[in-house]
Design a protein around this ligand. Sequence first.
Ligand code: HEM
Ligand code: HEM
Length: 386
Amino acid sequence: MALPVLVLLALVAFAAALLWSPHAGRAAALHLILAVGAMPLIFGAMSHFIPVLTRTRTAAPGLLGLPVLALAGGALAVGALSLPELFWGRYAGALLAATAAGTLLAWSRRRRAGMLGPPHPCLAWYEAALACLVLALLAILASAIWPQHSTALHRLHLHLNTLGFVGLTAMSTLAVLLPTVAGMPDPQVGPRLRRDLPWAVAGTLLVAVGSAAFGPLAWIGGAVWAVPLLRLGTRWLRLYRTEILALHGAAPLLAAALAGLALSMMLGAAAPITVAPLTVAGWVRPTEPALVFVSGFMLPLVSGAASQLLPVWLRPGVQRSWHSELRDRLGRYGGIRAALFCLGGIAAGTGHEWGLLLGAATLIGFLLQAGVALLQAFVSQKRKGS
Ligand code: HEM
Ligand code: HEM
């Protein structure tokens, strides 16, 4: 039951942050989405998937302490970024979250060592993602020791977290999830994941170090990251175009998430250029890669993955008609939601505040639809049981 609670917490945190964003500081609202909503959910999802990927027994209930520790770290970060008197909270929060991430990484390494045969290639992506998060949080701790380098360390932190921690987790999960959603396996998934990981990791490190120290390096990193993104995108368009362009289901949302990630990288790479003369002249609005990242990428990603995974997470074990009916209800009008998230993401990323509100309204619509679907599912379960 822990994972559905983490999904709900994440979706509510997303909606609250988007509605709060016009009044809150930007960093505080972003961390409500990324550190309070997404980070604990990713920890929960990883502790569910790592035993599957290593073909070992399911995680002990005690491991749930890690998402809770990460949540406490994220909450401290939001407090510290919104209240000046809680300034110390950023270091305490980073320490708690780094401890949780390091422990999850060590647990995954132990599971890998204890298994027979090689693990699924997705495991290496998860471990690289956790290593990026640990480094990103160490950068915040380092800014306490070297405050004169805070700007560079914050750039390191934000790129390692968005492209590394969230980006690597999302890319590998999407690559495995879409064929399942479409009901059509792709034999290339494993070999492609194995081949693409060095590109994605090298791209992340180059962007992070480049943005902190030497811009041109960052653009090389962006080009390197584009290789796995383009490979996955073109493969999907070849194999799953019908499912992606459908009116219902999770596939349009997962494809929208991949497009949102690509767009936030493009705007991220363009931001340092567009900020200067063109925006001062009023020709173009400053681009906002972080806002596309949350509204054009995180929202379709989490709501799409939730539509597919909630039924299994609520009732693990043998899959029955209860699961497929609930999945159909959660995925109803997924195509329209995907289009609205895309539109909201593009608007928010090009400096139009209504884009965030459109994202929030679409998400709240999904939360209501999910509430009704869950209620119907439990009523039908009770009726069958009695
Ligand atoms: C407990 C954990 C965390 C702490 C203590 C923390 C702390 C910070 C701090 C101090 C800043 C600089 C803010 C400023 O310039 O005023 C920052 C920026 C940022 N962090 Fe985090 N962070 C945490 C987790 C995360 C996570 C998990 C993500 C993404 C997945 C993330 C993404 C970002 C982004 C995108 C920015 C740039 C914000 C902006 O554009 O204003 N952080 N973080
Ligand atoms: C993959 C392609 C990316 C490249 C090549 C890139 C490159 C850069 C560079 C060179 C800088 C330094 C800017 C300067 O010197 O003025 C920078 C800063 C920044 N980037 Fe990125 N970036 C990328 C992706 C992203 C993404 C995905 C996000 C958001 C989620 C993002 C958010 C930011 C922010 C908020 C800053 C400003 C940090 C500050 O206030 O100092 N970037 N980026």
